[in-house]
Ligand binder design. Structure first.
Ligand code: MN
Ligand code: MN
Length: 465
């Protein structure tokens, strides 16, 4: 009797499991190589601009050419469209015309950070600081007492753009936002986390060496301005036309005695951006055109000219459609999109916020998400059963380890992705991506197995969806 019951269980029950149980030695080797290349991508891509720069460098090595309006395209051509240096779309032209639809993957490469205010520099207590405005959802206390880098561009008075990258190279100085010492923190120790650290005190320490005569005022600020002027040709007013981003310092690193995990800044969502880009590079014999997107501004609502809502997407797709005499609406109506974004991995340290039967687990593979949102699926795209079924079958037929996910208990909070922005364009869309521990922390953690399966998922979508 007992044996029969086990057979029935085997046949009828859903049994998601740990991916290592099915990982072959050959696949494990590929996984390790893939993750080394991914870590390199992270170290090059500390901001959305740097991700675009590095993406172009890699894409050109793969034979991609910059797309120009009206360009003739044929099967096998590889093109990219750089949207203002902050977002990018790559396409590999398929054998079928664009009215048959495209296979699209869309990730974002902006990440939570601290942006400099328009007039950021000041001196107080004989030290110089930069004022910041946080970008995206952060827990403010996590940004204290850790080394920081500064990256971005400054448009000078004469219109020239200069790049600023400080803190990543060997021997570079870095920056810091100080925390209160425990000896003097008694009153604030009893405050709620979100009150104990205000956004306005996220002021970055950038120097303390005075110059000039001892009776001069603002001698430290003057020292900093003089250095910026010598190195970048900047005067203080130039901060107004700058985009300078403060991000955590340090390189991506393996975690664990067994090196099974990777800790880094910005896995959300560079871990999916890299997976879709590498998937498109490696995909063979595309029937449908494959398009991969690095979107900007997802963390603040996908808004603006470089966000996923922007018509820059219609410009790129529409122009390619025009050259094939195809109506872009037919193209979208027949397309399939994986909104490639991370999800919250079950964390036993904070088990109370998760619903363990439905939340994603580390090492269980790429995580599909039917709906995101908050307050009763608010702001979700909510993929149909047919769309979930299509992706599920595709993965099962092609040996990709996947799991289903949602994000925590129903009324715990929530989040969104670019899924609805694509679905709103009449494109069948589903979320799929890598489960992350401590998402939106300055340093987030992912499992190598899940990174690799997300890559395999994206490659399979390009080749077979
Ligand atoms: Mn994300
Ligand atoms: Mn995010």
């Amino acid at each position: 009797m007992a044996a029969k019951k086990e057979d029935l269980k085997e046949k009828l029950f859903y049994k998601p499991g740990n991916g290592y149980d099915s990982l072959t030695a050959a696949e494990e080797k590929k996984m390790e190589a893939y993750c080394e290349a991914y870590k390199d991508f992270l170290d090059h891509g500390k901001t959305e601009r740097l991700c675009v720069d590095y993406c172009i460098e890699l894409a050109e090595k793969e034979g991609f050419k910059e797309y120009k309006a009206g360009m003739k395209i044929k099967a096998g051509d590889k093109v990219y469209f750089n949207n203002r240096g902050k977002a990018i779309m790559l396409a590999v032209i398929g054998k079928e015309k664009l009215d048959k639809g495209i296979n699209l993957t869309a990730a974002h490469t902006d990440a939570p950070r601290l942006d400099l205010k328009p007039s950021p520099l000041f001196e107080e207590g004989e030290m110089a600081y930069l004022r910041t405005h946080h970008y995206g959802g952060i827990r403010k206390y996590q940004w204290l007492a850790r080394p920081l880098e500064l990256h971005g561009v400054v448009v000078l008075k004469n219109g020239e753009t200069v790049k600023v990258n400080v803190g990543a190279d060997e021997g570079d100085p870095q920056f810091i936002i100080e925390d209160l010492l425990p000896h003097l923190s008694k009153p604030s120790d009893n405050e709620p986390l979100n009150k104990a650290v205000s956004s306005e005190i996220l002021r970055v320490l950038v120097g303390s060496r005075p110059i000039g005569e001892k009776d001069d005022s603002e001698r430290v600020k003057m020292g900093i301005m003089k250095l910026l002027n010598e190195k970048y040709g900047m005067v203080e007013e130039d901060f107004i036309s700058a985009e300078l981003e403060v991000v955590p310092a340090g390189k991506a690193t393996d975690i664990g005695f067994d090196r099974s995990l990777i800790a880094a800044y910005g896995h959300d969502d560079r871990v999916c951006a890299y997976a879709e880009m590498a998937g498109l590079f490696d995909a063979k014999n595309l029937k449908k055109t494959g398009v991969c997107i690095f979107a900007d501004k997802e963390e603040i609502g996908s808004v603006g000219v470089t966000g996923m809502i922007s018509e820059a997407f219609e410009w790129f797709m529409g122009d390619m459609c025009k050259t094939q005499k195809v109506d872009i609406r037919d193209c979208f109506a027949n397309s399939f999109c994986v909104s490639a974004d991370v999800t919250a991995a079950y964390d036993p340290n904070y088990a109370e916020v998760f619903e363990v039967q439905n939340d994603s687990k580390i090492n269980h593979g790429v995580a599909f998400c039917k709906y995101t949102g908050h307050g009763g699926k608010g702001g979700a795209s909510d993929a149909s059963a047919e769309v979930v079924g299509k992706l599920r079958k595709l993965m099962n037929d092609n040996g990709v380890v996947w799991q289903m996910t949602q994000m925590g208990k129903n009324e715990q909070g929530g989040g969104g992705t670019v899924a609805l922005d694509l679905a709103n364009r009449n494109i069948d869309t589903i979320d799929a991506g890598v489960p992350v521990l401590a998402m939106h922390a300055p340093i987030e953690t992912v499992a190598k197995f899940d990174c690799y399966m997300t890559y395999k998922c994206m490659k399979t979508v390009f080749e077979k969806a």
